[in-house]
Write a new protein. Structure first.
Lengths: 564, 201
């Protein structure tokens, strides 16, 4: 008879996924002396080998366009110099979309997941973000309040290091901050424009060190956070949480482990995690006392939906039938302005952080009768970036021509653009969810996800408000919008997908309780963004860190009490 | 320009000095490897990987016209734009077809108008033809293929140029060196404010 290879050892906690959620859980639990096994679907990360920080484009013969100029044909999935951490399309690991649906799913397959490259924007949710239904009658309230999560925001910020200033703005609660770097020239102009328009513009909250912390050195301001930081001066779960956790001797890391399903017994307890060892293409099982899913919102939902048995025909922890539902992404919209005041700006090094030094938090939270519910924040880009493939395609399109005139125009305009990117709240709707595609499996034999996605009027109206506001800011700076034809982002492309295994007090309307523990399966927890009840206009990573921290402490206490 | 460049090199050395304490041996090895690759790419007369001798001569002339050298800086040929295009075409049949087709179109058009292939035409004849295909507004069934090809040649020449050492120096990009404390020169702030609607403080 066929026998699956099972680990002889029963781990106290098996964590699936090594991103912001899995990294935080592994860090918190191993620091308490609890034995953790961490499964990662991709390979080990080796920053010295994998990161292309400080490389010039001319140091590779294709200059970053990829072999055969893949970039020009839309076949390069992520910037060549970016941290090697993920893809929109993975060979042999497809997903499908329903007819008439546009949705793209970014997956990461390496230790640290998307935290190796992400924007490091670290924003707390506001108090009202936990009460969306009470505020405007749409969506659902969270089972927890800001006050309940605040101590964990404190812990997460103090540990990973976040810059910022105390501002007392309700939409952007203050935290435990390191001092921010000063603004760049274009950010000073945006701030002046905002002052005139009555819009706040404040130092950005970024998970980047300006002061040494826990043995990590401060930022060296090369502007290349997205390539991965060799000095770990920005937060990534791989370098900041998992490498140190490995040194405790309490963490067993298993890479190339693609989880297929959770094995549950008749008592509705998970006894083992079944995964495919990608190297040998064979199934293994790792036995566990408890399991924490942190594979990313959609991947975690996929695992639960694929964990079917006669006892759980709809998948594990899914008696509500809601796993995969309430999927949202962030509303994305951006405009670029040409600012004549910046033309001919004396050249200087403004690399700074990889990303903005200033940002615009939402400012109309108490305005009644807006054209749309909820809000957005604005991210600011600009400056003298390191030139790369595509940097001047806009100039080619606008100026056309060739020769000295084109060369002079590019030189004159270099550094004179400001990019404003809106990041807004999408409200869950019944047309947006993921489910198992009944017809398709991936190369490991695991049934894949099928996505349904639709923006509603709320999001489309919000984007029109962004368009007006960004145009106003750019024109107040004396500039002109150069790409007015932009529209709302494609679902999934802001890479803030979440909400698929949501928490709540009522097992009929949620899959997890207020501690992100499954209502149906007491030794099952979720620690990525799947438990989120709403998708406020704040990038989710810091809240993943905080919520995972809280979940890990609760899990440790339940283990100690013998409740799980 | 040369003053800027040497200043940057100095900063770069200083920066690498600063990083020395924190770069692992393996990371240092990685940097050395990248630099070695770059050195291998230089030196010796270039043998096209994909284009025949005539196509190569035409491509070199075309990229030279798109980004010429001027009193500020060398142009696209010095920046290795023809080599960049040749390399990618040697790896990608779809891209190669765009270039061989486009270069042949240029030749046929030059012969039709001036009785000479593009590379052999006078500079005036060459720019007269480019002046037609360098603008979308000139689109016609006759010029359509030329306009589409020129968009490819222009954007890839521009990419190659501004990702090269000479192109980066032309722009005056001063970064990728690292700083211990982030600072913006007051002079730059004053310059922008004075020119902005907000005025200098």
């Amino acid at each position: 008879m066929f026998q699956v290879r099972r680990s002889p050892k029963v781990y106290d906690v098996v964590v699936v996924g090594s991103g912001a959620g899995g990294g935080t859980v592994a860090h918190v639990l191993t620091a308490m002396g609890i034995e953790v096994a961490l499964l990662e679907a991709g390979p080990m990360l080796n920053p010295a080998r994998d990161f292309k920080e400080h490389m010039w484009p001319y140091q590779v013969d294709h200059r970053g366009a990829g072999e055969g100029g893949a970039w020009y044909f839309g076949r390069q999935q992520w910037g060549y110099f970016n941290a090697p951490n993920g893809y929109w399309e993975i060979e042999g690991e497809p997903y499908t979309t329903a007819p008439d649906t546009s949705f793209r799913w970014f997956r990461s397959r390496i230790l640290g997941g998307r935290t190796n490259h992400y924007g490091r924007i670290s924003l707390r949710f506001a108090d009202y973000d936990f009460k969306p239904y009470s505020t405007d009658g749409l969506g659902t309230d969270w089972p927890i309040t800001y006050e309940e999560l605040a101590p964990y925001y404190d812990k997460a910020e103090a540990f990973i290091g976040v810059t910022g200033t105390k501002e007392g703005i309700r939409s952007a609660p203050d935290g435990v901050f390191q001092p921010p770097p000063p603004p760049r020239v274009h950010e000073i102009l945006v701030k002046k424009a905002c002052d005139k328009l009555g819009i706040p513009c404040i130092p950005a909250r970024m998970a980047i060190l300006t002061r040494p912390l826990h043995g990590r050195v401060a930022c060296h301001y090369c502007g290349q956070c997205g390539r991965g930081c060799i000095t770990a001066s920005n937060y990534s779960s791989s370098q900041v949480q998992i490498f140190p956790a490995l040194k405790t001797g309490k963490l067993t890391l298993i890479t190339e482990a693609m989880v297929r399903e959770l094995i549950a017994d008749s008592e509705a307890r998970v006894t083992a995690v079944s995964y495919i060892d990608k190297r040998s293409r064979s199934e293994r099982q790792i036995r566990c006392r408890t399991v924490v899913l942190a594979a990313s919102a959609c991947e975690s939902a996929r695992i639960l939906l694929n964990s079917r048995s006669p006892r759980f025909p709809n998948g594990l922890a899914n008696s509500s039938g809601l796993v995969g539902r309430f999927l949202t992404d962030t509303v994305g919209f951006s405009l670029t302005g040409h600012i004549p005041a910046l033309e001919g700006l004396p050249r200087h090094d403004c690399d700074g952080f990889g990303g903005m030094h200033m940002y615009i938090p939402w400012w109309l939270w108490d305005k009644k009768n807006k054209e749309f519910p909820r809000g957005y924040h604005i991210e600011i880009g600009g400056g003298f970036g390191m030139p790369g493939i595509g940097s001047f395609h806009g100039a080619c399109r606008r100026h056309e021509g060739y020769g000295r005139a084109l060369k002079e125009a590019i030189r004159r305009e270099y550094g004179s653009f400001v990019h404003l990117a809106g990041r807004g709240e999408m409200i869950p709707n019944e047309y947006t969810y993921c489910e198992i595609d009944p017809n398709v499996v991936d190369r490991w034999g695991i049934p894949v996800l099928r996505f349904h996605f639709r923006w509603s009027e709320h999001e489309l109206k919000m984007v029109e408000h962004m368009r007006q506001t960004f145009t106003e800011i750019i024109e107040t700076m004396g500039g002109k919008v150069v790409n007015a034809d932009r529209g709302i982002s494609t679902g999934g492309t802001i890479i803030h997908e979440l909400g698929t295994i949501r928490m709540g007090d009522d097992p009929k309307s949620s899959a997890l309780n207020r501690y992100c523990q499954a209502h149906d399966v007491k030794n099952l927890f979720v620690a990525d963004a799947a438990p989120f009840v709403s998708n406020p206009d704040k990038n989710p990573t810091l809240t993943i860190n905080a919520l995972a921290w809280r979940t890990a402490e609760y899990l440790a206490e339940e283990l100690r009490k013998g409740n799980v | 320009m040369s003053e800027d460049f040497s200043r940057r090199q100095m900063l770069q050395q200083a920066a690498f000095g600063a990083f020395a304490g924190v770069l692992s041996a393996e990371a240092a090895q990685h940097v050395h490897h990248a630099v070695a690759q770059e050195k291998r790419a230089a030196g010796g007369p270039y043998k096209p990987k994909y284009f025949n001798a005539h196509e190569w001569r035409t491509l070199v002339r075309l990229t030279d016209l798109i980004i010429p050298s001027d009193e500020h800086s060398p142009g696209a040929v010095a920046a290795g734009a023809p080599e960049f295009i040749d390399l990618l075409c040697s790896q990608n049949a779809q891209l190669a077809a765009i270039y061989t087709g486009g270069l042949a179109w240029l030749d046929r058009e030059a012969v039709r108008r001036h009785g000479k292939q593009f590379a052999d035409a006078t500079p005036e004849q060459q720019t007269a033809l480019l002046d037609l295909i360098a603008y979308r507004k000139n689109h016609s069934p006759e010029l359509g293929p030329g306009i589409r090809f020129f968009e490819w040649a222009r954007k890839m020449t521009v990419d190659a140029y501004y990702t090269s050492k000479v192109g980066i120096a032309d722009l005056g990009y001063k970064g990728n060196v690292g700083m211990t404390e982030f600072k913006i020169p007051d002079e730059a702030i004053r310059y922008a404010l004075k020119r902005s609607p907000f005025g200098a403080d």
